[in-house]
Structure formats: C-alpha cells, structure tokens
Design a protein around this ligand. Structure first.
Ligand code: DOR
Length: 434
C-alpha cells in the first residue's frame, strides 16, 4: 500500500466546487480523502508533501503536445517530453500524430503507449484522421478508438476537403470522440512564414491571413450544423490553437447556437504578438503564427469569458540546428510544457484578475472533459491521484538551459513567470519535485 499525505495546501478543485484549505490523502494511486486541515494527522503516510502557501489542484491535462517519437528522437522522446510535462505540472498529455511515420495505425498507437517508451505521466494519443495525414482516406477510427485513441486529428495540417471532414466528424461522433482540427486553409498560406501584417511587410516575408484560419473554423461549424440536421448525430469539433479574433468569434456564436465545439488557446497566443518576431527570430515562429494585438486580446477575452475551454501548449520541440536557419526555412513550433503555468498566472491571473479556479478549469477540468477522461481533472475521492502542487505567488525566470525537454526552442528563455510547480504526482507516484 503506498500513501502520500499532502498537508496544509489550498485545494482548488473546481469540478467539486472546492476552494479551501484541505489536507489530501492519496492511497494506491487514487485520491483517498480530502479533509479539513489536521483531520488526517493520525494517518502515518509513507510520504508527506508540505503544501503550505501552495495550491493543490488536479494535475494539468495538455490535449496538444508533439513528443517526436517515433522518428525524430533527436528533438524529443516520449521519456524527455513527458519529464518536461511533469515539470510543468501536467499529469496527462495527448500526443499528436505527426511523428515519423505518422501515427495512423493500431500498431503505431500501441507502440507509442508501450511502457517501454518510458512515459512518466499518463500518455494518450490522437492518431491521424486520414492515412499519412494526407487528407484523403480516413484511418480506421473504430479500431483506433478501441486501442485507446481519444480523438482524431491531422495536426500540423488541416483536414481540408469538406467531404473528408464531414465523414471524419460523423464517424468520430458515433464513437463519442472529437475531431481536433488544425484550422488553416493551406490553399491560402503557401510560402507564408508568419502573420500577415506590418511586421511581415517590414521583414519582406509572406504572411498568413486571419481568413486562412477563420474560414476553416467557419466551414467546420457549418458541417456540424449539417451533420446534426441530416444524421441526427452530435459531432464534436475541437479547434486547436485558436489564434485569431475572427475564429474566436465564430466559436462563441457556435456555442451559443448549441453546437458541440470546444477549443484551446496556446500560452504564446495569449502572451505575444507578431512583434516578437523582431528581426527574424525563429524562436517566435510557429503555426498558427503570433498575431496582432487585437487577436492576442481576443484570446484573453475568450479565456476569460468561457469561449475558450482549454489552455494547450502545442509543445513542439525542434533541434538548435533546425531553428538556426533563415526564417523561412526554419520549422514551425516552440516548446511550451514548462512555461504554460508561469505564463497563465502572469498574463491571465495577475494581469487580468482571472481566478485560480478558472486557471485550473482551463488547465485540468476542461481539457479532461474535452476528451472524456474519467476520473481525472478532479480531486474527488476515488479519482486518480493526479495532483499538481504549485506556489501561485512565486516569481521566477525560466531558463531554457534548465529544461527537461531535449530542445530549447522557446521565445521565453529568461522570461518572467508567476507561479511555480513544486510537486507533480501522477497516479500516486511523485514524478516531479521542484
Ligand atoms: O508550430 C507548429 N509546430 N505548428 C504545427 O502545426 C506543427 C508543430 C510541429 O509539429 O512542430
């Protein structure tokens, strides 16, 4: 029997409406009790965690990470990426399928989930929606779902064709999982390497327009409506890394209409604008790109008012030699697992007055719900013992050289953070100690 007693913390568990000082007892991988301070004193737990001055919350769930294994383990591996996740307070991560080869088969999915890969947190996968993520032939949703898929996506690329997306949404709806869409009309973005706007103009770079994102979101919402009417199904669209005010507004309207749409915002999109590209800084290059201030502000507004459901990192490690190229050649993506909480608390909690309960909702409760994770995203007795203990007032600077990730491609090297993870526990095992 293994026990951990977490003493003296402020338990923030929005799923059970709790925000109060409590002691928490974990036993055999589950939450055994959440009690008033002092009540559990008599319990002789094998291990105690002093949480005085800290928040004790359900472990964070990141529905969007790139772990690069198989095929690109010089950038990241499942072991190193999930170690970075644990350091960031995440106890569940969902791996995207753009590995080499693309995760589009049961064999590939099972290989990734094998304990031999060395994941230190709960690892889940969203396999490709189409074979090779080529946008044509659907993968075997039923078999992949049976093997544990929590949704389907061609992330890195959109499911562009109306018919392919329609069938993907309807098939996923029958299996009770979402289609996660990388919303980019690639017919409009060929050769583009950043946001369209004055910065791109100054740098002489071709820019991705707002329309390229918004048109796909609007098309997908139309498909939801059509499928509901024609087939009586309730398909679930999850919009990945929303970056434009226009897409956020379309999602707001779709939710009001009662369609099943959820979405995520990445920390870089609520923190930075395309000004961060400066003079061709490839650490500020990702897809979707950093946008204009009106878009950044719309991400904050969406996170504040409930339009946005989740904060997801889009953790996208790349090696130094890949980022040290001309801007247009460098790959898209930045690491994000170890800076998500520090940015959320700096920009949203301290900067905008977002409650800690709402931060936990965005990082734990809602992402767990979006992929229908039973027994996670809450600290109710009986749930998995997935816990993050963080100091919400700690001020520190992130140093990329100290990252657990194999890669260092972040625009937040040396950036100010608010809030620091002290302990991460996954299914009753301590997987990170700050
Ligand atoms: O910035 C990004 N990086 N956007 C994507 O769509 C893919 C990702 C990656 O895999 O590097």
């Amino acid at each position: 029997m293994s026990e951990i007693l977490i003493l003296g913390g402020r338990v923030v568990d929005p799923a059970s409406g709790l925000d109060a000082e409590r002691d928490v007892l974990l036993r055999d991988g589950r939450v055994a009790a959440v009690e008033a301070p002092g009540t559990l004193k008599g319990v002789a737990a094998a291990e105690t965690v002093d949480a005085a001055g800290c928040v004790v919350a359900p472990g964070f769930v990141d529905v969007h990470v790139h772990l690069r294994e198989p095929g690109q383990t010089y950038k990241e591996s499942i072991a190193t990426g999930t170690a970075a996740a644990a350091a960031g307070g995440f106890t569940t991560v969902v791996a995207m399928p753009n590995t080499v080869p693309v995760n589009d088969s049961v064999a590939g999915l099972e290989w990734m989930l094998d304990a031999a890969r060395g994941s230190v947190v709960k690892l889940l996968t969203m396999p490709a929606a189409t074979m090779g993520s080529m946008g044509m032939e659907l993968t075997d949703f039923t078999a992949l779902r049976k093997a544990g898929a929590v949704g389907f996506t061609d992330d890195g690329k959109p499911v562009l064709e109306d018919d392919a997306m329609r069938v993907a949404l309807a098939t996923a709806a029958r299996l009770g999982v979402p289609v996660s869409q990388h919303a980019e009309d690639t017919r409009l973005t060929g050769g583009c390497s950043m946001n369209a706007g004055p910065v791109a103009f100054r740098l002489g770079l071709r820019g991705m327009t707002v329309e390229a994102e918004a048109r796909i979101v609007e098309r997908d919402i139309r498909l939801l409506r059509e499928i509901e009417k024609a087939e009586g199904l309730k398909p679930h669209l999850h919009v990945q890394h929303v970056s434009t005010a226009r897409a956020m507004e379309a999602i707001r309207a779709a939710k009001r209409e009662g369609l099943h749409v959820t979405c995520e915002v990445a920390p870089h999109h609520f923190t930075l604008t395309d000004e961060a590209v400066g003079d061709y800084d490839t650490h500020a290059k990702m897809n979707p790109p950093l946008r204009a201030e009106v878009d950044r502000a719309a991400m904050v507004a969406g996170l504040m008012d409930g339009t946005a459901d989740c904060i997801a990192t889009d953790h996208a490690p790349h090696a130094a030699h890949e980022k040290e190229q001309e801007f247009e050649r460098a790959p898209n993506g930045i690491t994000g697992l170890e800076t998500a909480l520090g940015l959320a608390l700096r920009v949203l909690h301290r900067g905008q007055g977002m409650t800690l309960a709402r931060v936990v909702e965005l990082m734990s409760v809602n992402p767990a719900r979006a992929i229908s994770l039973d027994g996670r995203g809450t600290l109710r007795a009986g749930s998995y013992a997935d816990v993050v203990v963080f100091d919400p007032a700690a001020e520190w600077n992130f140093h990329a050289k100290d990252s657990r990730s194999k890669s260092r491609n972040t625009p937040f090297d040396r950036a100010a953070m608010v809030g620091r993870v002290r302990t991460t526990i996954c299914e009753g095992r301590i997987v990170f100690r700050g």
